[in-house]
Write a protein that binds this ligand. Sequence first.
Ligand code: NDP
Length: 309
Amino acid sequence: MHGKKILITGGTGQVARPVAEALAAANEVWCLGRFTDENARKALEAAGARTVTWDMASDGTDGLPRDFTHVLHSAVARGDGRDFEETARVNAAGTARLMTHCADAEAFLFVSSGVVYNRADSTHRYRVGDPLGGAAPWLPTYPVAKLTAEGVARGLAEALGLPTVIARLNIAYGPYGHGGVPMILFRQMREGRPCAVPREGQNYCNLLHTDDVVRQVPLLWDVARAPARVVNWGGDEEVGFNDLLEHMSALTGVPVRYDRGDRSRETALFDHTERRALIGDCEIGWRAGIARTLAELFEEYRDRIDAHA
Ligand code: NDP
C-alpha cells in the first residue's frame, strides 16, 4: 500500500503501533492519541508518522484534514470496570467523531473484540451471528465499550455510506507495547505468580502475531463495505492456554504454576471460514511466533530460546 493518507487511533498500542510504523514508510500516516507514552510518540515520528494529541473522551476533530483515504480506529477506552455509562459514551462518541469527520474515506476499519460474544462454551467456534452479550469479569466495562462502538460503526457506515469493516480481534501478541496476553502471563510466571486456569481442561484462543496484523490491515480495508462488514479476526491455529504456558516455560526454563479455579480469563475460538475467504491465511505459526516475541522482549532468555529452535 502506498501514497494513501491514513488516520490511525491507538497508534501507541500493541496492535496499531506496528501497523502505523509499517505504513508510514510509503504513506502519509497521522496518529491520534493522548500519547501517555512519550517514547511511543517519538518512535512513531521517527518512523515518519505525524502525531496529534487527541483524547477520545473529550476532543473533537477540528483542525484535522478531511481527505484521509483510510482510517484504522484501534483506540479503546476499556473503562474502570464500574462506570458503564462513561465507558459507553467515550467509545461511542469517539467512533462517531472519527466517522463523521472521515465520511468520504475509502475505508474505515474498527477494531472490535471477541469479547462481544456470549462465550458460554470454551470449545465452540464462534461465528458472526452467534449470540452477543459477552461478560468480562476481569473488566466488566470492556465488552460494553466494544459493543457500543460497534453499534455506532454499523449505524454510521450505513447512514454516511462509508465503507466499513468491523474486525473482531481474537488475541494479538508481538513485541510492541505490553506484548499481548501471552507476554502478560509470562511476566506473571517470572514473578513466581500462579496463572489462573479453569478447574478442568483449558481455555482456547486463536493467537494472532502482529506481523500478520500489519499484513492484514490493508486487506481488511479492501473488503470494507456499507452496510458494515463484520468479520472475526484471529490466527489460523487453535491454541490451548495451558499449552501456551507450557511452551513458554519450556523455551525459557521459567516454571509455570496453575491457579485452578473460576478466575481464568474467558477466551473464544473463532470460525475462520469467512475471514479466510476474504483475506486469506496467516503466516506466523504460534509456537515460532511466541519464541520470537519472548526473545525480542526478554533479552536474558535469547540464547536459550535460540538453542531451543
Ligand atoms: P492497548 O491497551 O495496547 O492500547 C490502547 C490504545 O488506546 C492506546 O494507543 C491508547 O493511546 C488509546 N487510547 C486509550 N484511551 C484513549 C483516549 N481516551 N483517547 C485516545 N486514545 C486512547 O490496546 P491494544 O493495542 O491491545 O488494542 C487495540 C484494539 O484492539 C482495541 O480496540 C482493543 O479493544 C482491540 N483488541 C485487542 C486485543 C489484543 O489482544 N491486544 C484483543 C481483542 C481486541 P494513548 O494512551 O496514547 O492515548
